[in-house]
Design a protein around this ligand. Sequence first.
Ligand SMILES: *Cc1c(COP(=O)(O)O)cnc(C)c1O
Length: 423
Amino acid sequence: MSQSTLLNNSSVTSPSSIAFDRDEFNRSVMNTYGRFPLAITKGEGCRLWDTEGKEYLDFVAGIATCTLGHGHPALVKTVSEQIKKLHHVSNLYYIPEQGQLAQWLVEHSCADKVFFCNSGAEANEAAIKLVRKYAHTVLDFLEQPVILTAKSSFHGRTLATITATGQPKYQKHFEPLVDGFAYVPYNDITAIENAIADIDEGNRRVAAIMIEPLQGEGGVRPGELEYFLRLRKICDENNILLVFDEVQVGVGRTGKLWGYENLGVEPDIFTSAKGLAGGIPIGAMLCKDFCAVFEPGNHASTFGGNPFVCASALTVLQTIETEGLLQNVQARGEQLRVKLRALANQYPHIFTEVRGWGLINGIEISADVELTSIDIIKAVMEEGLLLAPAGTKVLRFVPPLIVSEAEVDRATQILEKVMETLS
Ligand SMILES: *Cc1c(COP(=O)(O)O)cnc(C)c1O
């Protein structure tokens, strides 16, 4: 693509079309995604434009990632200034921006220490390694630490994190998986108690429970308060580390800064990634002092915590505060759920349930109808609304946290219109 084509398209209000050839794309890009037939080249706020200049309302936000939407002035300012000043030097040296970000995170969470990496899967890998080192060094009688995870969970795509992910479809053909994981149904405390008892033999013992406060990919399933309170107690009584995967629900997505705040419990370790730097790649593993057992040489990341991404994340977090985005998330989330429940009541044979916290919401499609989440997503896309699936039967709504009242109304109007046709 020539420079001039790019420049021609730089006006948000009247984007001209860019030459784009899907077949050419598919010839050289690895075939790992079932992509929608759409190429997006421009964004502003909660709006996106494709190569044809068609406008979309973005309720995907780069999969719960673009916290401040697209082209937010504060983020634009920070990344522009930071790329000129310094973007990467490695962790051979002290990085002041990394220190500032870690300090912000520690002051605004239950954690005492932060490790930075570049994605959710990496943050979970770091948590898994930390659990194992803790088990081997602090609980040193524990030679075979087991990490319990939940069925229908999602923890990432590396070998250890697909093993942690309690969904066989992500593991198929990638065996042998990593040792030391076992699975329990979500929100089922008896299953946890049984698993802990079953696994306790010889040197094999449960060292940690790794779980999402709300299951995102697994169908937007909120954790139950009573379950998580019991989970915390069981962990305390049995010297088990409680690890929360906050990759999708952290950073204000639920209307609280961290997902665990909805459940009245604190984890010992938690991970963050998606929304943390507003769409710039970052991951973080945070923990309390008592389990911060990593020492120099134990774990590392070349890119992790570089000045560019840390300055970006700090801006995202400060903007959440200065723009009162948590209140917006709570109000817009409530507005959205009211509308979705009304729609579910209107089509009781199609929609079975509306679930979610803040601005991570799902509506479940009945198993008794053939309609899938992808069918509806394709139909609303035609009408200018972008939604993501959470499995084949759940529509997921994860707009930027800056979404307005009018935009939530618009999104639900489009869905209502589409359902009139589809039903
Ligand atoms: C997206 C996600 C991950 C994986 O994050 P990547 O950045 O894609 O590696 C892990 N856990 C949860 C809960 C997620 O939603």
